[in-house]
Design a protein around this ligand. Structure first.
Ligand SMILES: O=C(O)CCC(=O)C(=O)O
Ligand SMILES: [Fe+2]
Length: 269
């Protein structure tokens, strides 16, 4: 599922892999030093915001919002539409402590390094690969940063929805083992329309306590964790089955995430 550096037409090859497996991993042209600098600056920004919040459960200033749980903005749409970046610390039985940063384009960090990383995750190359794989024009929606540190209980296998959607992930840290909590995908599951549709109906009908989009019919063993180095770009169909692998104590993962929807022209941040 990996496109080698030297392949002639990377976009063409990547689109074939993506169409077949629902996921492709390719190298991107941002040097490691730029990635390290960009990542360190944005994680410093997150630490600063958390410190400013102190013992409260949310805090806001002219530059950003920070919230522990859904305390200020209480659903995804509101977080994505906020007029400033939001450092959102997820709370709950699963994904507790997962930091989801909304509005990364507006985060004020010194230098150009973080901006270069953002440009890479939203690059036209991704749009081109999606178009070649599906025949449909995909547009960018939200751009986020995921920061995981010792998130030991993550949401199990799921789909983001039944309709075609994609995300590109630019890894800003090396994933060296399962303890780092790799992104995990069930190969070819973007084509399992009947299973995914049936699963949705069953979850509703039997009042499954989790989300309707949980892939309860699918064995966890089918998930392929992606042990990838920083600078690798993962493109994944989110109507395919996926999860974040549960981290070990001390495990770390930071990634930029760009969402893509067919026909979307809305640019949130
Ligand atoms: O990167 C992860 O941990 C998975 C997150 C996820 O399910 C998603 O972005 O849709
Ligand atoms: Fe997901």
């Amino acid at each position: 599922m990996m496109v080698a550096d030297e392949e002639k037409d990377i976009a063409q090859r990547a689109s074939e892999i993506l169409r077949k497996y629902g996921l492709v991993v390719l190298p991107i042209t941002v040097d490691v030093n730029t990635i390290d600098q960009g990542r360190d600056k944005v994680t410093q920004f997150i630490s600063k915001a958390r410190e400013a919040m102190g013992e409260e459960n949310h805090y806001s200033c002219e530059e950003y919002y920070v919230q522990d749980g859904l305390t200020l903005f209480d659903h995804y749409g509101a977080l994505a539409a906020a007029n400033r970046p939001v450092v959102y610390i997820r709370r709950g039985e699963t994904d507790n402590g997962f930091i989801d940063l909304f509005g990364v384009d507006e985060v004020q960090v010194e230098g150009d390094e973080f901006k270069s990383c953002i440009d890479a995750v939203k690059s036209e190359l991704v749009g081109k690969i999606l178009k070649l794989a599906t025949g449909v024009e995909y547009g960018r929606t939200s751009t986020n940063l995921y920061h995981h540190e010792s998130v030991m209980c993550t949401r199990r296998l799921h789909v983001d929805g039944l309709m075609p959607r994609a995300k590109s992930f630019l890894m800003l840290t090396d994933i060296t083992s399962l303890d780092d909590g790799p992104y995990t995908f069930v190969p070819r599951s973007h084509r399992w329309r009947r299973i995914n549709g049936l699963n949705h109906i069953l979850n509703r009908f039997f009042r499954h306590p989790g989300a309707d989009t949980d892939s309860t019919l699918v064995s966890e063993k089918l998930g392929l964790p992606l042990i990838v180095k920083k600078g690798m770009l993962i493109i994944s169909f989110q109507h395919g089955i996926h999860r974040g692998w549960p981290q070990g104590q001390g495990g770390k993962r930071t990634a930029l995430v760009q969402s893509w929807d067919p026909g979307a022209e809305k640019f949130v941040h």
